[in-house]
Ligand binder design. Structure first.
Ligand code: ATP
Ligand code: MG
Length: 440
């Protein structure tokens, strides 16, 4: 992609309305623009990151045995009356009326819709277990939308719903998501800690929020120091029950403030190993049993011929929030530092002397070579000041910068800068290609 024709409206100054660093940098890097309070446009650079995040989530959901569907955002109120949530949901639900005077809504979540799909189509325990997910927009009329896409009113979520015959099956589904989440966030270069969260009326230990530590986070959390070092398992057999892996993680104390009890012996025993911090909730997994299958009569014929309501759970990931959370976790004074897996482009190619025939030709050739090798590159071919080019490239945070100017070109070498470490080296074009083709 040539920057001279790319829509990248960067800003030199910090926008006054942005209070947290991710919001500031997303605006300055031309990733998003506000449409109305808590509602955002995604511009080309931002959308590329959003899609990368989405794709990692999708791969890990598929690997864990979930199947992707797509449900409508605008829904009839009828199903919500069946579950009892139409009245309960309150002002966060955006309610609409269609031309025939029928009550409609913009869905804040999809338990009712997916339960309806299930009960219309699945009748026997032999068709279980099932897991359906979608990646789609939600609307919640938050009292205080803030921090950009971190707490929006319209936001992109991955929501997955599991259906099982009994508690043991539901537990296996829960474990699969627990492990899939560990892998998902780690692939994005994040350390997200699973923390016991409020399980609502169901009680039990089957609700975890996945939290990224950041000073600007809205959740206050308490956890065992050892969780900072713990890495997700590499090879997962999703046909096994995964209980051992989950137990290993759950044995280390971690709780959000709703669940945290400073007097509990497990907590006092931790001493200096207890860390109190702030964090961003990027995912939430939740077992809720028959909360919807009972009132909505989502039943299957069990092994002994009786009709039984299915056991359910739901599993969310805040995809648009993640884009901001990654920036909170990875930036410096100059701008964003994208982890390679979610970077909008892998390489930024900087032409230090746009308009100079030899330099232009050298850059163009390099650009062609990178494109042919399928290395995603944003080529700054603008006739701008060098300072502006460097500042913009640091701001948008691509993992590698390739810098081409008269001095290095004369010597037949190219300068390569690592955005995260700032380390610079000079390489031959061949060595450069080799390096940029690598996976990291
Ligand atoms: P929160 O406590 O932050 O309001 P929640 O518990 O209401 O979130 P869930 O229903 O668990 O949210 O939704 C699943 C995920 O969707 C959350 O873990 C979060 O990452 C994301 N999410 C929820 N609300 C928002 C929002 N207003 N803007 C962006 N992402 C959101
Ligand atoms: Mg939640």
């Amino acid at each position: 992609m040539r920057l001279s024709t790319y829509f990248l409206p960067t800003l030199k100054e910090d926008p006054a309305e942005a209070q947290v660093v991710s919001h500031r940098l997303m605006l300055r890097a031309g990733m998003i623009r506000q449409h109305a309070a808590g509602i955002y446009n995604w511009l080309p650079l931002g959308l590329r990151v959003l899609r990368r995040v989405e794709w990692i989530v999708r791969e890990e959901q598929n690997a864990a045995g979930a199947q992707e569907i797509l449900m409508p955002t605008v829904q009839s109120a009828d199903l919500w009356r069946e579950s009892g949530r139409y009245e309960d949901y309150g002002k966060e639900m955006l309610r609409l009326t269609d031309r025939h005077g029928r009550a409609m809504l913009y869905s804040p979540t999809h338990e009712e819709s997916v339960t309806n799909i299930f009960r219309q189509n699945i009748k026997s325990y032999r068709d279980l277990p099932r897991m359906f997910y979608q990646i789609h927009w939600k609307f919640r009329d938050e009292v205080r939308p803030r921090f950009g896409v971190m707490r929006g009113r319209e936001f992109l979520m991955k929501d997955n719903y599991s259906f099982d015959l009994d508690y043991a099956g539901a537990r296996r589904a829960y474990n699969r998501m627990f492990v899939a989440y560990l892998r998902t966030f780690s692939r994005m270069g994040l350390r997200a800690v699973p923390m016991r969260a409020d399980a609502g009326p169901m009680g039990g230990d089957m609700s975890h929020e996945f939290i990224i530590l950041a000073a600007t986070g809205e959740s206050s959390v308490f956890f065992h120091r050892a969780l900072l070092e713990k890495n997700p398992p590499l090879n997962i057999d999703y046909t096994s029950n995964l209980q051992q892996i989950v137990n290993e993680w759950m044995s280390l104390y971690a709780a959000t403030d709703e669940k945290h009890d400073p007097q509990a012996t497990v907590v006092t025993a931790l001493g200096n190993d207890l860390i109190a911090a702030r964090g961003i909730e990027v995912g939430h997994i939740f077992y809720f049993g028959r909360k919807y299958s009972d009132p909505m009569r989502a039943m299957v014929v069990g092994p002994d011929g009786d009709l039984v309501p299915v056991e359910m759970g739901s599993y969310g990931i805040g995809i648009s929030r993640l884009v901001a959370a990654i920036i909170e976790a990875s930036h410096d004074e100059a701008g964003i530092i994208w982890p390679a897996a979610v970077a909008p482009f892998r390489v930024g190619l900087i032409n230090l002397k746009g308009g100079d025939t030899a330099i232009d030709a050298g850059c163009d050739a390099l650009y062609e070579m990178l494109c042919r090798a399928r290395v995603e590159v944003l080529y700054d071919d603008r006739h701008e000041r060098v300072g502006t080019k460097f500042a913009d490239m640091d701001l948008i945070g691509l993992p590698w910068q390739v810098i081409v100017g008269p001095k290095s070109l004369a010597r037949g070498v190219i300068e390569l800068k690592n955005r995260a470490t700032g380390a610079r080296e000079e390489l031959s074009p061949e060595a450069l290609m080799e390096r940029l083709r690598a996976k990291d």
